[in-house]
Design a protein around this ligand. Structure first.
Ligand SMILES: NC(=O)N[C@@H](CC(=O)O)C(=O)O
Ligand SMILES: [Zn+2]
Ligand SMILES: [Zn+2]
Length: 345
């Protein structure tokens, strides 16, 4: 296949950051995504509807000079102090589309996250009632749990009980990385779905750790064994509407990753759809890309599918060695490497 036209895709999980970083992150997303679910883990986090409204304005301002714009779908960051009134306010707003749960300390900027999940049950009940989706970074943070097991243990200890207790609550298990997560989501009710990143489809822990340690492959949840990677590929290419696109594109300045204690996060926003196209082509499943990238997420969020299209062409191009991030620089995924597909319109 030389050319592929699909319904315009959406990104159901992205970190745009704030301030002058928005110039780069928004420009990349605006190239072809119709809508993006904007993660709320700023410092300080986006905890209230008023914070989300202000952040949304900053995003729209950053996009004002661009040839095309995406619609930012805002999220709130759950804390131990979130109350049912804020949930109702969010559900009544036009622009807050979900609420994000970060277990405290699980990932970048999650210090303000939730320490005691069970204490949150009244808030989850309010979300179920208001039909506002819960997005989850699904990893436990207990020191004694191995980093490669943290997703699996979170599912057993927390996600399964939450899904049982709140059967009407729509839940997205974000950036899944394991066979355990695929199985859980597959077998759960149709209220439970998952996003899959391009980098978890393309890489496993060998890519990060063999022949030298590669900090730009370090993200959370951490890359797993290839058996898990294979399971993710199968899920993404299966046509099962529970699995859809979420890049988790998460920029960090180069010097914050190449250091004695480097940040977690992979930047893939510069070539997101091209990465997915490459994976789906390898799986001989290019016909499944449209559902994964442009249909299933919208359906789950109960938003109309986009009505326009994007076209990808089989045409080689080179990823830049680095990109600006405000006044810093970042190393994008596949920096300096050649890509097989290019979005042409
Ligand atoms: N995925 C990551 O490794 N990092 C994300 C946070 C997150 O999505 O967990 C970030 O904000 O940098
Ligand atoms: Zn996360
Ligand atoms: Zn993320």
């Amino acid at each position: 296949m030389k050319e592929l036209t699909i319904t315009r895709p959406d990104d159901w999980h992205v970190h745009l950051r704030d301030g002058d970083a928005l110039i780069q992150t928004c420009a990349d997303m605006a190239r072809y995504f119709g809508r993006v679910i904007v993660m709320p883990n700023l410092t300080p986090p986006v905890v209230a509807v008023a914070d989300a409204a202000a952040y949304r304005e900053r995003i729209l301002t950053a996009m004002s000079g661009l040839p095309r714009q995406f619609e930012p779908l805002m999220t709130l960051y759950l804390t131990d102090r979130t109350d049912a009134a804020e949930i109702q306010l969010a559900a009544a707003s036009e622009f807050v589309h979900a609420v994000k749960l970060y277990p405290a300390g699980a990932t970048t900027n999650s210090d303000a996250g939730v320490a005691e999940l069970e204490g949150l049950y009244p808030v989850l009940a309010a979300m179920e009632e208001a039909d506002l989706p819960l997005l989850i970074h699904g990893e436990v943070t207990d020191h004694e749990i191995d980093i490669f097991d943290r997703e699996k243990v979170f599912i057993e200890r927390h996600l399964d009980p939450i899904a049982r207790r709140f059967p009407g609550l729509r839940i997205v298990l974000e950036h899944i990385t394991t066979r355990d997560a695929v199985q859980f989501v597959r077998e759960a009710s149709n209220k439970v779905a998952a996003t899959i990143t391009a980098h978890h489809l393309m890489f496993n822990r060998n890519d990060m750790l063999v022949g030298g340690i590669r900090p730009h492959y370090y993200c959370l949840p951490i890359l797993k064994r290839n058996v898990h990677q294979n399971e993710l590929m199968e899920a993404a290419a299966s046509g099962n509407p529970k699995f859809f696109l979420g890049t988790d594109s998460a920029p960090h300045a180069r010097n914050r990753k190449e250091t004695d204690c480097g940040c977690a996060g992979v930047y893939s926003g510069h070539a997101a759809l091209e990465f997915y196209a490459e994976v789906f082509e390898q799986l001989d499943a290019l016909d499944k890309l449209e559902g994964f990238a442009a249909q299933f997420g919208a359906d789950f969020y109960r938003l109309p599918r986009n009505t326009d299209t994007v076209t990808l062409r089989k045409e080689s191009w080179q990823v830049p060695e680095s990109l600006p991030l405000g006044s810093d620089t970042l190393l994008p995924l596949a920096a300096g490497e050649s890509m097989a597909w290019r979005v042409v319109s």
